[in-house]
Ligand binder design. Structure first.
Ligand code: G3H
Ligand code: ZN
Length: 299
């Protein structure tokens, strides 16, 4: 079976995308896997530190063990998403220990998120993780720029964010970052925002985001690596499809399936899982148009 690094490179070369579904509740894993199988779509099952801290994914070990119960290498790999170096409340996180544990457990790719640090410090933290993970042939994702939305405090309006390009990834910095870290996949800030994680905002409908396609092209021209789009729920489809043609090879989707799950839970856990299944199938076939990608990238 091909490794995650090769699969991503194949998707990137083919101009298609690998969806990464964020699983903040363990029972979501099974319906997401079934949706991937039924659409013959290759995807990543992902869990982030904010997910296991704020919802019920519990720990990276619990996620790994649940993954083993539903594992199907034909259509999925396991990814450790966002491990921030500093939490939202400015608490320093032992990110090296967490990411090392994930690699040792068997996660097939990992993400360090030191995007809130200076460029030099982001590079230094990412280098540590790349050195550790590459020894075990595990690809690493890192973020440059600030994909907004996880902040609890007030934020500028979306229009203000988008038109000012505040926090967007700088193409020259991206080149330096990739050259100095040898990171495998780069998460870029180009207009998407994360869905709300704070309890007060969790049910809010996400703002419909746009993407700065020119910025995506400019970054891609400087780095010959797959790029990643975070905050993937609720982006207008024409922007998504254009971004996939221009180097975005992985899209992270959390809010759309989490809200479907939580909505269904008001009725029953079976309804919640059914909601996740149907929403995931719809995203794959209608929004992302990647049905059949397993045949392209994982024959
Ligand atoms: O890290 C989370 C992902 O980027 C998903 O974002 O919840 O806005 O879809 P989303
Ligand atoms: Zn994210």
């Amino acid at each position: 079976m091909r490794d995650s690094k090769t699969l991503m490179l194949n998707a990137w070369k083919a101009g298609t995308v690998i969806p990464a579904f964020n699983i903040p509740y363990l029972p979501m894993m099974k319906p997401v896997m079934k949706a991937l199988q039924d659409t013959n779509c290759f995807g990543l099952i992902a869990v982030s530190r904010p997910d296991w801290e704020k919802f019920e994914a519990k720990s990276i070990r619990a996620v790994y063990e649940t993954y083993l119960e539903v594992k199907d290498e034909r259509v999925a790999r396991l990814h450790l998403d966002h491990v921030p170096v500093i939490d939202e409340d400015n608490k320093v996180v032992d990110y090296v220990a967490i990411l090392t544990e994930a690699v040792d457990l068997g996660y097939e790719s990992v993400m360090i998120d030191s995007s809130r640090l200076s460029l030099a410090d982001n590079i230094a933290a990412t280098q540590k993780i790349v050195n550790m993970a590459h020894k075990k042939n595990v690809p690493v994702e890192a973020e440059l720029g600030a994909v907004m939305g996880h902040e609890d405090g007030p934020m500028p309006s979306y229009e203000e964010l988008f038109t000012s390009g505040l926090g967007f990834t700088d193409p020259d910095e991206a080149k330096r970052f990739v050259d100095e870290t040898d990171v495998d996949w780069l998460s870029v800030a180009v207009g998407s925002v994360h869905g709300a994680l704070s309890a007060a905002k969790r049910d809010q409908k996400k703002v419909e985001a746009r993407l700065n396609i020119d910025r995506i092209k400019a970054i891609q021209a400087k780095i010959a690596r797959p790029m990643v789009l975070h905050g993937g729920s609720g982006i207008r489809k024409e922007y998504l499809l254009e971004s996939f043609k221009n180097g975005i090879a992985k899209i992270n989707i959390g809010t759309a399936i989490r809200q479907a799950y939580e909505q269904g839970l008001k009725e029953s856990s079976a309804k919640a899982c059914d909601n996740v299944y149907r929403t995931t199938v719809e995203l794959i076939t209608d929004e992302l148009e990647v049905e059949g990608s397993a045949r392209i990238i994982n024959p």
